[in-house]
Write a protein that binds this ligand. Structure first.
Ligand code: PEP
Ligand code: MN
Length: 287
C-alpha cells in the first residue's frame, strides 16, 4: 500500500494512541468487551452483565439499535435498551459499548454510551462518521464487510478530521469466496494496522466466525496476533437469544475462555522477554 498521509497513520514512528475508558487503557491493556448481541430485556441484560463481570470482562457490550438484514427481525429496544444498559453499568461498574446507527441520535446516545459503536453496515455512512467526530466519546469503528484497510482508515479519518481522536478499530470479518463460516476473520489485518496506524485495534471473533465452536481459538489467535482486545457476544441463555443465536457464548464457556486468555497473555510476556519455557517448566496449564 502506498504511504498514506493521514492523521490515522503513524508516519512510521511507532506512535500509539491510548484511550482510557473506565479503569482500562485501550491500546495499552488487553481489553475484553463482552455482552449480548442485543439488549432484549432487563433480566437478560443484568444476568449477562453480572456473569461477564464475574469472569473478568472489562466492558459491557449490547445493542439497543440493531441494524438487521431483514426489516422484520427484532430491531432493538432503543431508548428503553439504553436505560437497561445504564442500570447494568450501575450494577457492575462496567463501561458500556453500544451501537449508534443514525446521525441524529449521536449526541443523546452519548449520555448512555462510554464507547459508541459504528457497525460494519455503517462504516461508510459519512454523515454518521462526521457526527461522531463532533463528540469526545470514543468510537469503535467496525471494518466494513467489503472494505479494504485503506478504505477503513479513511473512514476513521473522517472522525479524527472532525476533532474526535478517540477511535478504536474493530476487525469483524469480511466476505470472501469462503462461505463455510459466517465471515472470514482477517487476523493478518492486526499487525498490518499496527504497522501503519497508531489507533488501537480489537477483534470480534463472534461476527468474524458466526460459530460458537471456533470463537475461542480465534480469540486466542487475536491475542497472539497483537490485538488490543476482543469484542465477544455472550448471552445468559443462548438458546433464547433474539439475535445472532449461533454465535452466542454461554457464561461458563466465557469464563473458561477468560482463563485461557490470561494464561496465554502470561506466556506471551515471557516469550517476548526472551524466556522460551521448555515443556517441562511450562508457565501455564492451558485447561
Ligand atoms: C454487533 O456488534 O452486534 C453487530 C451488529 O456487528 P456488525 O456490525 O459487525 O455486524
Ligand atoms: Mn451481533
Amino acid at each position: 500500500m502506498e504511504k498514506l498521509r493521514l492523521a490515522t497513520c503513524n508516519g512510521g514512528e511507532g506512535k500509539r494512541t491510548v484511550i482510557p475508558v473506565g479503569d482500562v487503557r485501550i491500546g495499552e491493556d488487553f481489553v475484553v468487551i463482552a455482552g449480548p448481541c442485543s439488549v432484549e430485556s432487563e433480566a437478560q441484560t443484568l444476568r449477562t452483565a453480572t456473569a461477564v463481570k464475574a469472569a473478568g470482562a472489562h466492558m459491557l457490550r449490547g445493542g439497543a439499535f440493531k441494524p438487521r438484514t431483514s426489516p422484520y427481525d427484532f430491531q432493538g429496544l432503543g431508548l428503553q435498551g439504553l436505560k437497561i444498559l445504564e442500570k447494568a453499568k450501575r450494577l457492575t461498574g462496567l463501561p458500556v459499548v453500544t451501537e449508534v446507527t443514525d446521525p441524529r441520535d449521536v449526541s443523546w446516545v452519548c449520555e448512555y454510551a462510554d464507547v459508541l459503536q459504528i457497525g460494519t453496515r455503517n462504516m461508510q455512512n459519512y454523515s454518521l462518521l462526521k457526527e461522531t467526530g463532533k463528540v469526545r466519546t470514543p468510537v469503535l469503528l467496525k471494518r466494513g464487510m467489503y472494505s479494504t484497510l485503506k478504505e477503513w482508515l479513511h473512514c476513521a479519518e473522517y472522525i479524527l478530521a472532525e476533532g474526535n481522536p478517540n477511535v478504536i478499530l474493530c476487525e469483524r470479518g469480511i466476505r470472501t469466496f469462503e462461505t463455510h463460516n459466517r465471515n472470514t476473520l482477517d487476523l493478518g489485518i492486526v499487525p498490518s494496522v499496527k504497522e501503519i496506524s497508531h489507533l488501537p485495534i480489537v477483534v470480534d471473533p463472534s461476527h468474524g466466525t458466526g460459530r460458537l465452536s471456533i470463537i475461542e481459538p480465534m480469540c486466542l489467535a487475536a491475542l497472539a496476533a497483537g490485538a488490543d482486545g476482543i469484542l465477544i457476544e455472550v448471552h445468559c441463555n443462548p438458546q433464547e437469544a433474539l439475535c445472532d443465536r449461533d454465535q452466542a457464548m454461554p457464561p461458563d464457556m466465557f469464563q473458561s475462555l477468560m482463563e485461557k486468555l490470561f494464561h496465554l497473555q502470561r506466556a506471551m510476556t515471557q516469550v517476548e522477554r526472551g524466556h522460551i519455557p521448555s515443556s517441562r517448566e511450562a508457565p501455564v496449564a492451558i485447561h
